[in-house]
Design a protein around this ligand. Structure first.
Ligand code: ADP
Ligand code: MG
Length: 729
């Protein structure tokens, strides 16, 4: 009997909301209290040090060495005053989580006691013994050290009594071993390139900042149920489970009332976010049962990404206090929506102007169209690469798998912007451009009148959508580090803007009027990048065929999608912008293939074990009960009558036996496929083998198990079912 399953289901359903300790003050009073921000720097640092640090941060320069000790002293004092006992360099290796190694502030005082010590040297740079982080072969033994160095643009913070110092993680030879390093390089590249173009419109612009506003989707599961599902514990998703009779058909979860247990958890999480300076703002139920979302106010992309990484560890911690487990996996449950992490992205000048938002004057709007056209051109040119930047073994379950968005990158503009782009593209150099019913303004500057674009025009099936004042990159996976998508997108846009500026400048040098030169180049870009523009239904089969005709990348196999990083156009883009070297790109791809293989390998092992040790024996036991029934029935009622009475059981016996046999055969075949794949040397070829020969068997085995779930006595079934996992009471 499956007493464990019944016990955990009962435990989960009897749980009540855990009361949250709500601070007496309003959020503004405790916001960022655990962050060493400007205000605390001012309070804890000598005046000269404070000014040097702020100058370095604002001008994106390294902190002069002579101030490092002084910064470290002030920081340590603040940390100790706020209960910290340890410090750590906090970095983002290629594993998709953050890494930290804690050291105490304590040192010998030379008199047999201890003092609390923290030097500038320890603050600025460390050598974590991190040889076991993925590095794709960059760090062979003689150069096995990795360095972490403080990223002063991201403030240090205290989490769990530890002073956390956001750092980049690089090899002895200077190659990036993390997401932060190339992200910072890409942000610098897009700053430089976009500033050049923004100055056509406002010569006062000094910097362009990339903004990121992420929307984190996640599932919650009661911890008792979670613990009873080894697949959830070990892989983050359910590898089996028949669809619940009710799931999301009634669409009653989206924006529905939040269950009180969940609400308490969310409140607790928001308070923690605010203490850590994460500007959490929005929360709501998502489409699938037990699926929720948290979104902060957007921030500068590097800080926003650090905040997302921090949130992804914080959310687990807070969930545990409420007897929940958080699933960040992109597809924890088959048959219902998976989780993404929309990356709302925009560019803005240091003069406070958003470059991807229409403005009030024709000049503003020419600037807007210029940036939109360049972004579309960059996404068009690098559509395969941009898809690669969000691809992973886990996100592969969402992309192209009957759910938004498809494994094809396209841009949704909405009808209004589409009309404007069309008019611009088809205008002759001195035409006025008509936009809707708005009046035409004939200008020497540029012929674009006031634009009013609302963002109600939504298309949920698009992976990359214009939403009024930003683009929303929706294909990003819920568990991934946004850095990957952000560094690729910003680098691609930087390359495009640099080329655009060169082309415009050449025209101007040849005597063309600036705004005409801009418009001429914009027209060309709009026409060239037309294939990336698609406002229709991205889920439809017609789109797949159409996208292939348009020459967009339609590859669906993750290991092959990663190849896009090594295309000559990608290598040229990354190297010309200074974001990554070819060696770094190659190394990272090794890591991507290796990670892909390992994820599938773990899933295959877990499913093999569960199938053979949990499911088949239980099904066999039930089979025995049925056999016993049939035997007794037919003994008691010999002949035709008995056979008729046992007919239903006979047919169930047959089906169970068939499924059990298929499971055993498929598991054996999967183990053999794995063994064969493991013999392959090349990480790329191995990943392809795992994709082609191992992953499909996960589905077949699951199919048979899910059928058994419907046949075997409910009391015997060992694992919590979807209908139990998916509804928090
Ligand atoms: P949705 O309707 O897509 O669910 P939300 O309002 O929940 O939108 O989330 C939108 C996200 O976009 C928020 O994080 C918000 O701060 C962010 N955002 C808004 N404007 C911009 C912008 N110009 N650049 C980047 N992010 C933005
Ligand atoms: Mg959104």
């Amino acid at each position: 009997m499956s007493s464990l399953r019944f016990k955990v289901v009962e435990e989960a359903s009897n749980r009540k909301a855990i009361p949250v300790e709500i601070p007496a003050e309003r959020p503004a009073a405790y916001y960022a209290e655990k962050v060493f921000n400007r205000q605390k720097m001012f309070e804890y640092l000598p005046r000269e040090t404070f000014e040097a640090l702020v100058h370095s941060i604002e001008n994106k320069e390294p902190l002069p060495r002579e101030y490092a000790d002084s910064v470290a002293q002030g920081m340590k004092q603040w940390a100790i005053d706020n209960g910290a006992r340890h410090y750590t360099h906090w970095f983002q290796p290629l594993t998709e989580t953050t890494a930290e190694k804690h050291d105490g502030f304590v040192e010998h005082d030379g008199k047999g006691g201890m003092v609390e010590k923290f030097s500038g040297k320890l603050l600025v740079q460390q050598e974590p013994d991190a040889s076991s982080f993925p590095n794709g072969g960059i760090r062979n033994t003689f150069e096995a050290r990795g360095y972490s160095a403080w990223d002063i643009s991201s403030p240090v913070f205290i989490m769990d009594n530890t002073l956390c110092i956001p750092t980049v993680f690089i090899s002895y030879t200077g190659e990036a071993l993390d997401y932060k390093t190339p992200l910072l390089r890409a942000l610098a590249a897009v700053d430089k390139a976009a500033t050049g173009v923004a100055r056509y419109f406002d010569p006062e612009v000094n910097h362009v900042v990339a903004y990121l506003g992420w929307e984190q989707e996640y599932f919650l599961v009661d911890e008792a149920l979670y613990d009873a599902r080894p697949d959830l514990v070990l892989t983050g998703r359910t590898l089996m489970g028949h669809e619940s009779a009710k799931n999301q058909q009634l669409e009653d979860h989206y924006f529905g009332a939040i269950p009180s247990r969940v609400e308490a958890f969310m409140l607790d999480l928001e308070i923690e976010c605010h203490r850590l300076g994460i500007p959490a703002k929005t929360r709501h139920n998502e489409v699938a049962p037990n699926q929720f979302e948290l979104a902060p106010i957007f921030e500068e992309a590097n800080l926003a990404n650090d905040h997302n990484m921090l949130l992804m560890s914080l959310i687990h911690e807070v969930a545990r206090r409420h007897n929940f487990r958080v699933l960040l996996h992109e597809k924890p449950f088959a048959g219902i929506n998976g989780s993404g992490k929309h990356n709302n992205w925009s560019l803005g000048t240091d003069k406070g102007k958003l470059l991807v938002a229409p403005g009030k004057t024709p000049l503003d709007n020419l600037q807007f169209i210029t940036f939109v056209a360049n972004i579309m051109a960059a996404v068009h040119r690098h559509n395969a690469l941009i898809k690669a930047s969000i691809m992973s073994a886990t996100n592969a379950h969402r992309l192209g798998a009957n759910e938004a968005p498809p494994a094809i990158i396209s841009i949704f503009t909405g009808s209004k912007l589409a009309e404007i782009l069309d008019n611009v593209a088809n205008s002759a150099s001195d035409d006025t451009i008509e936009v809707g019913e708005k009046k035409n303004i004939n200008l020497n500057v540029a012929q674009i009148p006031e634009l009013l674009i609302d963002n109600t025009d939504r298309n949920r099936t698009s992976p990359f959508a214009f939403t009024g004042n930003r683009f929303e990159f929706r294909a990003v996976g819920s568990s991934s580090n946004c850095g990957s998508a952000m560094l690729t997108l910003n680098a691609a846009v930087a390359e495009q803007l640099t080329e655009f500026k060169a082309a415009v400048d050449a025209r101007v040098e040849a005597g063309e009027e600036l705004n005409h030169a801009i418009l001429a180049e914009v027209r060309r870009l709009i026409k060239e990048s037309a294939p990336i523009h698609f406002d229709g239904n991205g889920y439809s089969d017609e789109w797949k065929a159409e996208a292939a005709r348009r020459g967009l990348d339609c590859e669906t196999s993750a290991p092959l999608i990663f190849d896009a990083y090594l295309r000559p156009s990608s290598v040229k883009m990354f190297t010309s912008t200074g974001v990554m070297t070819e060696r770094e790109l190659k190394a990272r791809n090794e890591v991507k293939w290796e990670m892909y293989t390992k994820k599938i390998q773990i899933e295959a092992r877990v499913l093999g074990d569960l199938a053979v040790n949990h499911i088949v024996p239980v099904a066999g036991r039930y089979l025995n009960v049925l056999l016993d029934n049939v035997y007794k029935m037919e003994t008691l009622f010999p002949g035709e009558q008995g056979r008729e009475m046992s007919g239903a059981d006979r047919s169930t016996i047959e089906r169970i036996a068939r499924h059990n046999k298929a499971i055993i055969e498929e598991v054996t075949a999967m183990v053999n496929a794995r063994k064969e794949a493991n013999r392959i040397e090349s990480e790329r070829e191995k990943a392809i083998a795992y994709h082609d020969t191992v992953a499909p068997r996960l589905e077949t085995i699951r199919h048979h198990i899910d059928k058994l779930e419907l046949l075997v006595d409910n009391e015997m079934w060992p694992l919590p079912k979807y209908r139990e996992l998916l509804f928090i009471r």
